[in-house]
Every structure is written in C-alpha cells, then in structure tokens.
Design a protein around this ligand. Structure first.
Ligand SMILES: [Mg+2]
Length: 168
C-alpha cells in the first residue's frame, strides 16, 4: 500500500465510524463492565463486525481528491483481519493505507507526523459504547491544542461531506 504523493490526506477511524463493533463489545464484557480483551481481538470475531451505512460510498467520494489513511487503535495482531474486513465491505482500495496504533492518544502523534499533508481526521472520538457513550474530552482537547484538523463523527456523513468535501 502506497500513498500517492502530493495529495492531501484524510485520516479516518474504523471503529464506530466504518465498523459497528458494539456487538463485539457487548459480547466480551467483564462483570465490572470493562471489556475482556481475551477474545475481543480474535480475527473471527473482528470479521463479524458489521459495516456502518454510507461509509464505503463516502470514502469513494473522498478518494477522488484525497489520499486515505485508516487510523485505528487496534493491536497489530489483527492487522490482516482488519485489512480483510476493510476489503470485504469495499472500504479499502489500492493506494489506501492502514495504520494501527496502541491507543487513542497515539493517534495524535501519527496525525502530527502527517503535518500539513493532513486535510482532515474523521473519528467518533467517543468511548464507553458498552453503556452511555461519552466524548473522549482529553483527546478532543489535545487535537485542538495541537492544531489537528478533525471532525467528530456522529452518524453525520451528509454534514461532513457538505462541510469538507464540496464538489467543485
Ligand atoms: Mg472509533
């Protein structure tokens, strides 16, 4: 996978933007309500995540002008399952890149490496999907502080497309 040079980049999160992983979260809960990671990242289990509506179509639109980087806080052991999943639901195309990092915080460092090549980062920036989801306030604050261009995904593709990807 190689990014085309000279194209501005869009970085996009996977979980709860492209993939609905809530059934996998609810299926792997400990009694205290935290996620039991023993089987959470099994390839077979990851492959069962369902795609979120509209995503593939919107990525096709975005790709006309921008390079795409899937940026996800998932362990490296599910990199190939993640690629397979992205292909299965037509999210991944030649020229796209996948970058896995350990934590949401680590995404910020990756985004900063892209510097001015980064046009937009799209991420739900939420946690606690096993209960009432909450915004990742500290990540949002850090992104603002670092001057990273980002948008919070709220099942709002039409709004995102209208605001950032106007056809011209
Ligand atoms: Mg997410």
């Amino acid at each position: 996978m190689k990014l085309e040079k000279n194209k501005l980049l869009v970085a996009i999160d996977i979980d709860m933007v492209l993939a609905d992983n809530r059934p996998r979260i609810l299926g792997n809960l400990k009694e205290d309500g935290s996620i039991d990671k023993t089987h959470f990242f099994d390839a077979g289990s990851v492959m069962k995540d369902l795609p979120i509506e509209e995503g593939a179509e919107k990525l096709r639109e975005i790709r006309k002008k921008y390079g795409l980087i899937f940026l996800s806080a998932r362990p490296k052991i599910i990199e190939s399952a993640t690629l397979e999943w992205l292909k299965k639901y037509h999210f991944l195309e030649d020229g796209d890149m996948l970058k896995l990092v350990d934590t949401s915080e680590a995404k910020i460092a990756e985004l900063l490496k892209l510097g001015r090549s980064l046009y937009l980062f799209i991420d739900d920036l939420m946690f606690n999907y096993q209960g009432i989801p909450k915004p990742q306030e500290h990540i949002i604050a850090a992104l603002k502080e670092a001057g990273v261009p980002f948008v919070e995904f709220r099942q709002n593709w039409p709004e995102i497309m209208g605001r950032y990807f106007q056809k011209s």
